[in-house]
Write a protein that binds this ligand. Structure first.
Ligand code: AP5
Ligand code: MG
Ligand code: ZN
Length: 217
């Protein structure tokens, strides 16, 4: 099963994906996490991506399409994957269709998590992320047991560089202009399930689970 999580910055894509991969035993492919790891390691990919990410702009399509195509053709993705943060332009969606088509596969469902803009800003500016395992917290809505320490691995928590208010505003603009057309793109194929993301994390998770069906699909 191939699932796309679509939604604005701060919608809770990573938060829900974390739960979904465990329940459905799917491979998790988050382009933001892959790019941040590349920036941290200083690889050529990271050097190319860094300036775009700091400004809240998208990394060029051909770069991310290359990353995802390579990942999706790996043997462990045969039984399915969750894509978080990809595709986010129509060009990326078309490239994905082509790669999947060549493998005789297709997108099974697009879960669109919709959240009000004021709420997104509160979520992003209060987010904290584990340096070691990338687990996500929120200082108010989802705090760790010990301040600045990851519950899962004991790693140190930090604030993402692109979570400052000015960069968040740029990311929201980029999302509106470049990513929202995907709702229609996949909607025309009848693939979109819209979920109200303005609720508690567990309520959203149970709605997504009922959309995807019980057990290992
Ligand atoms: P990426 O890492 O994908 O960032 P994003 O899309 O902006 O999404 P976020 O990770 O900010 O939000 P999320 O929906 O995962 O929310 P989360 O679960 O953390 O991309 C970063 C950058 O990389 C891009 O700007 C771009 O430069 C580049 N990039 C990545 N993919 C690309 C692509 N395909 N093409 C080109 N460039 C690309 O939750 C947010 C906060 O809210 C957390 O604190 C969480 O604890 C809290 N929270 C979650 N759910 C709830 C809830 N229900 N109630 C209350 N709080 C909640
Ligand atoms: Mg995320
Ligand atoms: Zn951790």
């Amino acid at each position: 099963m191939l699932i796309i999580l679509l939604g604005p910055p701060g919608a809770g894509k990573g938060t829900q994906a974390d739960r979904l991969v465990k329940k459905y035993n799917l491979v998790y492919i988050a382009t933001g996490d892959i790019l941040r790891a590349a920036v941290k390691s200083g690889s050529p990919l990271g050097q190319e991506a860094k300036a775009f990410m700091e400004k809240g702009q998208l990394v060029p399509d051909e770069v991310v399409v290359g990353i995802v195509s390579e990942r999706l053709t790996a043997p462990d993705c045969r039984d399915g994957a969750i894509l978080d943060g990809f595709p986010r332009t129509v060009a990326q969606a078309e490239a994905l269709d082509q790669v999947l088509g060549e493998m005789g596969r297709k997108v099974d469902r697009v879960v669109y998590i919709a959240v009000d803009e004021d709420e997104l800003i509160t979520r992003l500016t209060g987010r904290r992320v584990c340096r070691e395992c990338a687990a996500t917290y929120h200082i108010k809505f989802n705090p760790p047991r010990v301040r600045n320490v990851c519950d899962q691995c004991g790693g140190e928590l930090y604030q993402r560089e692109d979570d400052s208010l000015s960069t968040v505003q740029e990311r929201l603009l980029v999302y509106r202009e470049q990513t929202t057309p995907l709702i229609d793109h996949y909607g025309r194929e009848g693939l979109v399930s819209k979920v109200d993301g303005n609720r508690e994390i567990e309520k959203i998770f149970s709605e997504i689970s009922s959309i995807l069906g019980a057990g290992s699909p």
